[in-house]
Design a protein around this ligand. Structure first.
Ligand SMILES: Cc1cc2nc3c(=O)[nH]c(=O)nc-3n(C[C@H](O)[C@H](O)[C@H](O)COP(=O)(O)OP(=O)(O)OC[C@H]3O[C@@H](n4cnc5c(N)ncnc54)[C@H](O)[C@@H]3O)c2cc1C
Length: 413
């Protein structure tokens, strides 16, 4: 078969390799001047290429598309990804949280490995080649238009990614291809990104403050819809960021922000009653010292005046003058510090795109369109996304290999 892969990112390169290994003629079109521009910036330039977990543990980290990708992550899991890269001469190592990186700590080596694999398998790679349209004839794919010229193909695989970090080439072209043949697109939303908050002034005071060992809960109309594990976050000039905030963004990006609140627990290891006891004990120990000393025992310096303001107490007041209600409010603030989100940061700084080609119209067995014969969608262009830790690249690889397995039987005929 003559197969066209649109996009030279993680999913496209893996898929092209696997189909070419089965003996088909594969042409990969990449609109950039080089392959894998996004891979280059992954994992802060080190590329967290997968996560060494499988099955349910892996699925826990998938935000959208869990059921859809279950088969794909079984067919080609993180062990298979690791074996693939070792086979093409890119040794890997496993770090904290089962995160897998190249031993060299260079994302460029992951690109090299994929390029090498395509080369060995005989993939025809065309750079500076922008696919403009996908052509169909009677509900069957017939070819593509690239840089104004028409080419015929038996199958077309759309591996164009989402719309985050558009400077890498992921500009949503795949959504247009999908829409042009009748596919539904779930409205793309930024995911794994910072959150902008309503009270800008408070953030400005706290800018640069990094918090460790806190939890973050996102509540919609007072109902918890996401609770982070104990982790890190930080305040920016206009909001919050850091690992637990990024994760929260993936769960709230499709919700009504006017009904949302983010709640920080500064002392997740202590119960509310435990905090009350400690406040009373500290006040006794502090004797006639000021409220500022009491707060400093619980909080980083920058938060002390912010807490006093929220509590409506004066920092120079004596700690033992705090009323019962003041003490209860302090305990409550330490356990439930509410910030109101305004919006998410935009796609320019969102690590992944949530939304994309609706999974209802794609068969999970081979990532094949249910509307157009010979058309496939893989990677981030689909309405799938996961948390940080190497899971998103694994989704790209798993969907790619699953799609390639659709070409198994054809060659036997
Ligand atoms: C800053 C950052 C860090 C990240 N770090 C990690 C990490 O460490 N681990 C992890 O698992 N995930 C990480 N991710 C997410 C991960 O990179 C993506 O989920 C993954 O690369 C998606 O792969 P893809 O093949 O679907 O799409 P992309 O990698 O986006 O590839 C799509 C390709 O298609 C090309 N293209 C688009 N339209 C056309 C067209 N019309 N014609 C021809 N070519 C076209 C684009 O130029 C691009 O090269 C990170 C993302 C970002 C932005």
């Amino acid at each position: 078969m003559n197969v066209c892969v649109i996009g030279g990112g993680a999913s496209g390169m893996m898929c092209a390799t696997m189909i070419a290994r089965k003996g088909h003629n594969v042409t990969l079109y990449e609109k950039n001047e080089k392959l894998g521009k996004k891979i280059y910036i992954t994992g802060k330039g080190r590329c967290n290429v997968t996560n060494a977990t499988v099955g349910d543990e892996f699925l826990k980290n998938v935000v959208n598309g869990k059921k859809f990708i279950m088969g794909a992550i079984t067919r080609f899991n993180s062990n298979d990804t690791m074996a693939f890269f070792e086979d093409v001469g890119i040794p890997l190592k496993i770090e904290r949280g089962n995160r897998v990186f190249p031993v060299s700590d260079k994302a460029s080596d992951i690109i090299k490995g994929l390029e090498r694999a395509m080369n060995w398998a005989g993939v025809n790679v065309c750079l500076n080649a922008k696919v403009e349209r996908v052509l169909t004839q009677e509900d069957k794919v017939s070819g593509v238009i690239v840089n104004g010229k028409e080419y015929n193909f038996d199958a077309v695989i759309v591996a164009t990614g989402g719309v985050s970090y558009p400077s890498t080439g992921s500009t949503g072209d795949g959504y247009e291809f999908a829409k042009s043949v009748g596919h539904k697109i779930i409205e793309p939303a930024p995911a794994l990104c910072a959150i902008i908050v309503k009270d800008n002034k408070e953030c400005e005071r706290l800018e640069g403050l990094s918090l460790k060992n806190v939890t973050l809960t996102a509540k919609l109309s007072n109902k918890a819809i996401y609770k982070s594990e104990v982790g890190e976050m930080l305040f920016t000039h206009n909001g919050v960021s850091g690992p637990i905030v990024l994760s929260a963004s993936s769960y709230i990006n499709r919700l009504d922000f006017s009904k949302l609140e983010l709640v920080i627990d500064f002392k997740p290891a202590i119960t509310f009653d435990g905090i009350c006891t400690r406040i009373d004990r500290d006040i006794i120990n502090l004797k006639s010292k000021q409220v500022s000393s009491l707060l400093a025992g619980f909080l980083p310096k920058a938060l002390v005046p912010v807490f006093a303001k929220r509590l409506g107490v004066n920092l120079t007041m004596k700690a033992n003058q705090l009323t019962k209600e003041n003490r209860k409010n302090l305990a409550n603030l330490l356990k439930n510090y509410v910030i109101l989100p305004k919006s998410l940061e935009n796609f320019n700084s969102a690590v992944v795109t949530s939304g994309g080609v609706s999974l209802k119209e794609v068969s999970p067995k081979f990532m094949k369109s249910k509307l157009v014969d010979g058309l496939y969608f893989i990677g981030e262009v689909l309405d799938i996304d996961a948390l940080t830790g190497g899971f998103n690249l694994q989704l790209a690889f798993s969907t790619a290999v699953t799609c390639a397995s659709s070409f198994d039987n054809i060659i036997d005929k």
